[in-house]
Design a protein around this ligand. Structure first.
Ligand code: ZN
Length: 65
């Protein structure tokens, strides 16, 4: 279960980013070792106001969950 952050813009995602086509940040999935845009990962609310990106990409999560 994960939902988009719609509480406040103060909750900035903690992301590992270095750009994706000059716009969307990317992350390297530790499972498939592919670099994908963060929208392929989704986000998780840690419950204390911290939003983190999921560690695995959606593809891997759906494959192994
Ligand atoms: Zn993956």
């Amino acid at each position: 279960m994960f939902e988009k952050s719609n509480k406040s813009n103060d909750n900035k995602p903690i992301i590992q980013s270095h750009g994706y086509n000059g716009s969307e940040p990317t992350r390297i999935c530790p499972k498939c070792c592919e670099e994908k845009p963060l929208s392929d990962f989704g986000f998780r609310d840690m419950g204390n106001g911290t939003i983190r990106n999921q560690s695995w990409c959606k593809e891997c999560r759906s494959r192994y969950s």
